[in-house]
Design a binder for this molecule. Structure first.
Ligand SMILES: Nc1nc2c(ncn2[C@@H]2O[C@H](COP(=O)(O)OP(=O)(O)OP(=O)(O)O)[C@@H](O)[C@H]2O)c(=O)[nH]1
Ligand SMILES: [Mg+2]
Length: 437
């Protein structure tokens, strides 16, 4: 079925030196002809052209690039119009393109979707492309780039290929009567399944490093009212994010700020001060504060060094929740042992605290060097399905059930990269075993 030809700006809207508008599909050449009155340049060469509207008047002069199918991002013919980045120019270009027969505006993600459909990218690479564009810090950029380069795809495809072989072997022996099945075939199948099971489990058991890096490390500041949590948030963010006041119970809700700490994305949450209260809104705030602290990657308990009873009123399991104790108001408080001394007001101790947070963050993310970390809950869910099926396959005696479980595991792995077809299996079956000759 012939595809529509789609177009969209590739650059963000607004004023800029240059804006790029991309056209992808079988009618891209027609778009070039209509806007420039000429054929496209050689593939991957840029040429300066005037771009004209339907009435023939010049919209702008800019560079035109041409990519010929299949050697393009989407696998289709692609024309790239580089114009000056002004709103009126881009609007006029889009109007000119809409007037070309066979062209329509692209839907969100449609270029990438076509790249996947045409086998240019697998699903993990398409996801990585989105992550790369969203990356806010160095560490996120590196992780996304590795995945875009196919690190995860190679890992998962490698597993899938081994599993395809195991499935093919089970298919091959299904037609044999029991006594004729050579033991070593079943043993090979079980060895493959067992090896994969262990590797996938090790990959899953990564303390969610890749996902945490992608989403950001959650640092939650909690403690008694007035201990200076909001002051600390403002000091870390170096701007006035949260309201600070001497009235206890100022913060009611969770306030989040995203920070780049040494290349790592850290989401700092300021929370309501923990105390007994009759006010239902404050009670809810306290509930949220504790909930956030319990689920945080780093729970920072902030205590007031000038408070004679600095931890009274905190829940009994507070030591289980906290990862880090920080003493605030050292400018007016008593020296204390254990924990990091700071003053959110004067800024003393903040560099040491930042170093400590970077340390903890590094521990969470780098406890093991991993070139292809798991980055998404979607992958984790499919991998867990595969583990369940593989685990079961090792426990069943029946050959048919064994094959069924291996197939389930295979399908789960295939869902991660977007390859779920059984054709692969049939290929191997026919190539290796000549069944049905
Ligand atoms: N002297 C001194 N005062 C501080 C320091 N940090 C915060 N304060 C003061 O302590 C009071 C409470 O500060 P907040 O940052 O609002 O405290 P909080 O923990 O967010 O309080 P709640 O939102 O009510 O839970 C304010 O009057 C701050 O100016 C500090 O390091 N030294
Ligand atoms: Mg506060």
């Amino acid at each position: 079925m012939p595809q529509d030809t789609i177009f969209a700006p590739s650059t963000a809207p607004g004023r800029a030196g240059i804006a790029v508008i991309r056209v992808s599909g079988p009618d891209a050449k027609r778009a070039v002809a209509q806007l420039t009155g000429d054929a496209p340049p050689l593939p991957k060469y840029a040429i300066l052209r005037a771009f004209r509207d339907a009435a023939g008047s010049v919209i702008d002069r800019g560079l035109l690039l041409w990519f010929e199918s299949p050697a393009s991002f989407s696998g289709e013919d692609i024309a790239e119009f580089h114009v000056h980045g002004g709103r009126a120019i881009v609007d006029a270009m889009l109007a000119a393109l809409v007037a070309v027969e066979g062209l329509r505006p692209a839907e969100a993600g449609e270029f990438t979707r076509r790249a996947v459909e045409n086998g240019k990218l697998d699903l993990t690479q398409a996801e990585a492309l989105a992550d790369l564009i969203d990356a806010q810090t160095e560490a996120q950029r590196k992780q996304a780039l590795g995945q875009y380069g196919g690190a995860l795809a190679a890992l998962y495809e490698g597993w899938r290929e081994r599993l395809i072989r195991a499935v093919a072997l089970t298919e091959a022996i299904l037609d044999f009567p029991d006594e004729d099945v050579p033991d070593e075939v079943l043993n090979t199948v079980r060895e493959i399944a067992d090896g994969l099971l262990q590797e996938i489990r090790a990959h899953l058991d990564d303390h969610r490093r890749g996902e945490i890096l992608r989403d950001g490390i959650n640092l939650t500041v909690f403690g008694k009212p007035n201990s200076g949590k909001s002051s600390l948030l403002n000091a870390l963010a170096r701007r006035d994010v949260a309201i600070v006041s001497e009235i206890a119970g100022t913060t009611r809700d969770v306030i989040e700020v995203r920070l780049d700490l040494g290349g790592y994305p850290v989401i700092v949450s300021d929370t309501a001060g923990i105390r007994e209260s009759d006010d239902p809104i404050e009670q809810e705030g306290v509930r949220r504060a504790l909930d956030r602290a319990r689920h945080a990657d780093i729970a920072l308990l902030l205590v007031d060094a000038s408070d004679p009873a600095p931890i009274t009123g905190l829940p009994p399991d507070v030591t289980d929740i906290l990862d880090l104790v920080v003493w605030n108001k050292m400018d007016i408080g008593e020296p204390r042992s254990g924990g990091i001394p700071i003053s959110a007001k004067t800024g003393s101790g903040i560099p040491e605290l930042l170093a400590k947070i970077a340390d903890l963050t590094g521990n969470i993310l780098n406890s093991k060097e991993n070139s292809a970390p798991l980055t998404r809950a979607r992958h984790r869910a499919h991998l867990e399905e595969a583990v369940t099926a593989l685990d079961r396959s090792l426990k069943v005696a029946d050959r048919e059930l064994l094959g069924e479980d291996l197939r389930l595991a295979l399908r789960s792995l295939g869902r991660i990269t977007g390859r779920v077809d059984v054709e692969d299996i049939l290929d191997v079956v026919f190539r290796e075993f000549c069944i049905g000759k």
